[in-house]
Design a protein around this ligand. Structure first.
Ligand SMILES: [Ca+2]
Ligand SMILES: [Ca+2]
Ligand SMILES: [Ca+2]
Length: 387
């Protein structure tokens, strides 16, 4: 979507990121406003000589560059990236890894939408595979991470979409047609002026993608008389859906299912694939909803991916340990913010919005089971003990 640069971006991340190293096996984006073949050309190279392997090689070098965080767009529905991890991600209790993207909450507007946070959320479905035969190649079964919308009545399990390149008019909107007859376009956006939005190194005429399509998550809301598109976050289980520093961004390998939808027991995974899973083009100012991929973060037993801080001046929770209630206090803030409580498996147990101008809130905790919880609020995470 608009507002993001393709090659260099600041991730909404508050901690130290120690990403997993990986190698790109395949990059097959759908058309999109951030898809630009010219950035992959060697000096003097012709577009028709650009190869998919060359694109993967260049992307690999960009992701390895330590001085900045690289984000690749997957374009519209069906676009994907597949990586091989240099070190497998084990399946331990709770969440095991995060797929990093550039999703963020819009704190100014999400309170209008009850308990559903939103902002920029461009969900992608995650697939995983392990190198079961040990040959280093992704020729083993793939399993889908069944996120929160897997069984939603508006989710379509076998959606298929074909995008068409018009060589006579490459710089126009890219037309598509689904197998069920939906038609539309990946819109041309005035801010992105490359010769075409079509990934012409993959095909010279058309590209067909198929897979599970999630319900649309973009909503047009009105705020102070001004209309604005807001992308609601799905609760869990997708890439580029919840912010990187959100506990809801964690992926548990126990959510993996086989082609029959049955859960599978995975000890570890070596390959991860991310697929843009919605087909939405809100309007000409936003463009297509396109999943972004910024890397993989293994949680390695730290199920949250977040290091809790001690009580401090910015955020206080008391009493801690607690029994029947707690008071959560932040520094005075004019902004509405989400307060979330998670268990140690990364499961969100409570989410509520603290209105603008209110610097604290009381929570009743007498019904909570004794144990350790993580409370996320005001950009901090605190460890909370319930007696
Ligand atoms: Ca797990
Ligand atoms: Ca995004
Ligand atoms: Ca293999």
């Amino acid at each position: 979507m608009k507002h993001f640069v393709f090659a260099l971006a600041c991730l909404p991340w508050t901690g130290t990121v120690a990403q997993e190293s990986f190698r790109i096996l395949d990059y097959s984006p759908a058309p999109g406003q951030f898809i630009d073949y010219t950035q992959f050309l060697y000096p003097g190279q012709r577009a028709q000589d650009l190869k998919a392997t060359q694109v993967c090689h260049i992307l690999d070098s960009l992701y390895k560059e330590a001085s900045f965080i690289y984000i690749a767009s997957l374009g519209g529905f069906g676009g994907s990236i597949t990586v091989k991890l240099n070190k497998p991600v084990p399946n331990r209790e709770g969440a095991d890894f995060k797929v990093l993207g550039n999703a963020f909450y819009d704190a100014a507007h999400t309170p209008q939408l009850s308990d559903t946070p939103g902002g920029s959320s461009e969900p992608g479905i995650i697939w995983v595979s392990r190198d079961g035969n040990g040959n280093g190649i992704a020729d083993d079964p793939w399993y889908e991470i069944a996120g929160s919308e897997h069984h939603h009545p508006q989710t379509v399990s076998d959606y298929a979409l074909t995008y068409y390149f018009d060589p006579a008019n490459p710089s126009t909107h890219i037309a598509y047609k689904s197998a069920t007859g939906d038609t539309g376009h990946i819109f041309r956006i005035s801010a992105h002026t490359q010769p075409t939005y079509f990934p012409i190194w993959l095909s010279a005429d058309s590209l067909t993608f198929s897979g599970r399509k999630l319900p649309p998550n973009a909503r047009l809301i009105e705020n102070n008389g001004r209309k604005q598109w807001l992308m609601l976050c799905y609760p869990y289980g997708y890439a580029d859906n919840q912010p990187n520093n959100s506990l809801s961004c964690g992926i548990d390998l126990d959510w993996a299912v086989d082609s029959s939808g049955m859960p599978v027991a995975l000890e570890q995974v070596d390959f991860i694939k991310v697929v843009c899973a919605t087909n939405q083009q809100p309007d000409l100012s936003v463009g297509e909803i396109s999943t972004e991929f910024a890397g993989i973060l293994a949680l390695h037993g730290d199920n949250t991916g977040l290091k809790p801080v001690e009580n401090g001046t910015d955020l206080k929770v008391f009493p801690n340990p607690c029994q029947d209630r707690i008071r959560v206090q932040r520094a005075a803030s004019a902004q509405a913010e989400w307060l979330c409580v998670f268990d140690l498996s990364g499961r969100c147990l409570l989410r509520l919005c603290v209105p603008a101008g209110q610097n604290g809130i009381e929570l009743e905790t007498d019904s909570w089971h004794p144990g350790i919880y993580l409370l996320r609020f005001a950009g901090k995470t605190l460890k909370l003990v319930k007696l």
